[in-house]
Design a protein around this ligand. Structure first.
Ligand code: HAM
Length: 425
């Protein structure tokens, strides 16, 4: 049965060609930076019990209220495609008794996530994040190190016009006290607020700082600031994080209006933005979540981490590294009739291909029935160093960049390529 061609769902995309190569390069960078700093790779399931996100991310957040892909499976369980990685990592920490390991336990991931958001440039319904979480230490040095690592990754990926915004939310108690003060302020100024902000005074008053409504922005300028109301311990923790960042030479702005879209944060919060990105300027962000593991049924365990959007890093990043890996040898076939001798030649070419790869060369073989001219064109497109045209008894080996050629016994081709490459080195 045929019909209209089927397209990828809205807000999703295929990863092809150069994009795939850029992602491989990003993954290699992230691995070397994070594993060098003691982070181990973790992968968690693509879906989790819906309750994990309801409890972990917070039931008043946009993510939980309207962005989750939730389904009921054949056994009647409510499951959700992960919208973020921190709650799953904390679940895994508890499930595998990682609190018994030397702390902090440092874990990193590069995975896809799902949010039902309005799709636009830089905002997708399936997207990838590289993330890092450090669990089990409340030392402000862990905060600073975590931020520095993301800064380094963005810098090495050539992300342009980066700014780091930093703030502290304090403990959940001081936040609760502050929340009440802010609600009082918002109610006293209700007439100046947008209907959306007004509707959220009870549920999520902090989001008022996030509004783009002009009158609301003006009204929020004189609102009380959480940063001014931190208790002594939290204020000292924040001061140390700042000091360490300054020692590390990291530029940042303290932004008291920084609001993150997830409920689990305590103390340090931060966000890297890139002005090269336009509306969706958040490249990566994170913060401390000292209450999350306990909230998910584990022992009291502090934690801090971040996640950065892979698509946004690549959008705001520098030019991609040139091409794919170089091709040492392209194995072609002489022009001939398709009879018994043709299949012998093909077998010989395939043998050369295997032999070249066993010898550690990068090699590709003609497999699309091109003419000898077409084969040469393709070898050029691949930027191949050498090209072999395999015939019945002998093989013509061309140096595609140096220009020479020689006729060889078919069995000696790989040898000759190895010799040629050694001479070039
Ligand atoms: P988040 O700020 O929601 O934090 O997401 C982190 C990054 O993921 C964003 O800065 C953005 O680059 C990317 N991102 C988010 N949504 C989309 C989307 N719809 N399309 C494309 N990219 C997107 C978290 O997810 C937290 N789990 C971060 C964290 C880790 N906090 C502590 N540890």
């Amino acid at each position: 049965m045929s019909g209209e061609p089927i397209k990828a769902p809205r807000g999703t995309f295929d990863v092809l060609g150069e994009q795939a190569a850029m992602r491989t390069a990003l993954e290699a960078r992230a691995r070397s930076i994070l594993e060098g700093a003691g982070y181990e790779r973790i992968e968690t399931p693509t879906f989790e019990a819906t309750e994990l996100f309801a409890r972990g991310v917070g039931s008043s957040t946009d993510i939980v209220q309207k962005e989750m892909y939730t389904l009921t499976d054949g056994g009647g369980r409510s499951l959700t495609l992960r919208p973020e990685g921190t709650a799953p990592v904390c679940r895994a920490y508890v499930e595998h008794g990682m609190h018994k390991r030397p702390q902090p336990v440092k874990l990193w991931y590069l995975s896809s996530f799902f949010r039902y958001e309005r799709a636009q440039a830089g905002r997708y319904r399936q997207f990838w994040q590289v993330g890092a979480e450090a669990l089990g230490s409340e030392d402000p040095a862990v905060d600073a190190e975590s931020i520095v690592l993301l800064g380094t990754l963005l810098e090495l990926m050539g992300v342009r016009e980066v700014r780091l915004r930093l703030s502290s939310l304090g403990s959940s108690e001081s936040r609760e006290r502050y929340r009440e003060r802010l609600q009082k302020y918002l109610r006293a100024n209700e007439a100046r607020l947008s209907p959306e902000v007004r509707a959220r005074i009870d549920l999520n008053p902090l989001r008022a700082f996030d509004s783009s409504d002009e009158a609301t922005v003006v009204a929020m300028r004189s609102a009380p600031r959480l940063l001014d109301e931190l208790d002594a311990e939290d204020a000292e923790h924040f001061a140390t994080v700042r000091e360490l960042l300054e020692l590390a030479g990291v530029a940042y702005e303290v932004d008291t209006t920084l609001v993150r879209g997830l409920d689990y944060y305590t103390r340090t919060v931060f966000e890297f933005t890139s002005d090269a990105l336009g509306a969706q300027s958040g490249v990566g962000g994170g913060g401390r979540y000292d209450g999350l593991v306990k909230q998910l049924g584990g022992p009291t365990t502090p934690g801090i981490g971040w996640a950065a959007g892979v698509e946004r890093i690549l959008l705001a990043g520098g030019p991609p590294a040139a091409g794919g890996p170089a091709v040492d040898l392209y194995v072609g076939l002489e022009d001939m009739e398709e009879d018994g001798s043709f299949s012998r030649v093909k077998a010989a070419a395939f043998e050369i291909l295997s032999e070249a790869r066993s010898a550690g060369l990068t090699a590709q073989m003609e497999m699309a029935g091109r003419s000898p001219k077409g084969q040469r064109g393709h070898a050029n497109r691949l930027d191949a160093r050498f090209m072999a045209s395999v015939g019945e008894t002998t093989t013509l080996l061309r140096d595609m960049q140096g220009g020479g050629e020689e006729t060889l016994e078919t069995g000696t081709v790989v040898h000759a390529v190895l010799r040629g490459l050694r001479e070039l080195a």
